[in-house]
Design a protein around this ligand. Structure first.
Ligand code: DX5
Ligand code: ZN
Length: 219
């Protein structure tokens, strides 16, 4: 089994000490840092934007895997690049010109990703698969941590796995929402190469982070 990237979502971290939390998950073995940006409009919750990400940047050298749940996206792309985002993932429903958005993300020096909500069809990514570096399958409806994994998304993961393999390109297939030591192996069997987990990483406090991350990796 190929290595799987673990991308802890700081949505479940202690927001009063985010810098320290990022250093802890870095030391605990995180491969990337998943950063959920929400605008209270595209999803029914609010988090933070580029100024906070910029302040967090010096706390780790691991890639910032930034998941935008905002609309519109385009006016903020340069700000996220300057703040230090490495991967910038957008939802196709966030704007009318997905291909232009992807070009702008690449043009700003970041790796573009596209996220599919549980109710969104795989056909949305087909026209842009040659242009992106990551596909994010949402296995919960976006907006909140701590929700249950939606089993029907396993079929979607398998379908996207086939599409990616046909391109011959090295595209990360990431899954986000409800991942824990029970659901992660099922997503990995279906073909993901990256696991996002919030509550399953941060539960139990800092002493548990390393064990929690290890428990998500294929045994
Ligand atoms: C939800 C976010 C997720 C969230 C996952 O909208 O995109 O990244 O933090 O949280 P868990 O792992 O607790 O389901
Ligand atoms: Zn996310």
């Amino acid at each position: 089994m190929a290595d799987v990237l673990i991308s802890p979502s700081i949505l479940s971290a202690d927001f009063a000490e985010l810098g320290a939390e990022i250093r802890r998950i870095d030391e605990a073995g995180a491969d990337m840092i998943h950063v959920d940006v929400m605008d209270g409009h595209f999803v029914p919750n609010l988090t933070f934007g580029p100024p906070v990400i910029e302040k967090l940047r010096p706390h780790t050298r691991k890639p910032f895997d930034v998941h935008l749940m905002i609309a519109p996206v385009d006016p903020f792309i340069e700000d996220f690049a300057r703040a230090g985002a490495n991967i910038l993932t957008v939802h196709p429903e966030a704007g009318p010109h997905l291909h232009r958005t992807i070009q702008a993300i690449r043009g700003a020096g970041m790796r573009p990703g596209v996220a599919l909500n549980p109710g969104s069809p795989v056909s949305l990514i087909e026209p842009v698969l040659e242009d992106i570096d990551l596909v994010l399958i949402m296995s919960v409806n976006p907006g909140f941590g701590g929700q249950s994994f939606i089993d029907s998304q396993l079929h979607k993961i398998a379908a996207v796995r086939e599409m990616i393999d046909q391109t011959g390109r090295d595209i990360i297939l990431e899954v986000d929402g409800g991942l824990n030591p029970k659901t992660a192996p099922r997503a990995i069997d279906a073909g993901v190469t990256a696991i996002v987990a919030g509550s399953a990483v941060f539960r139990g406090g800092p002493d548990q982070y390393a064990d929690n991350i290890a428990a998500l990796r294929p045994s």
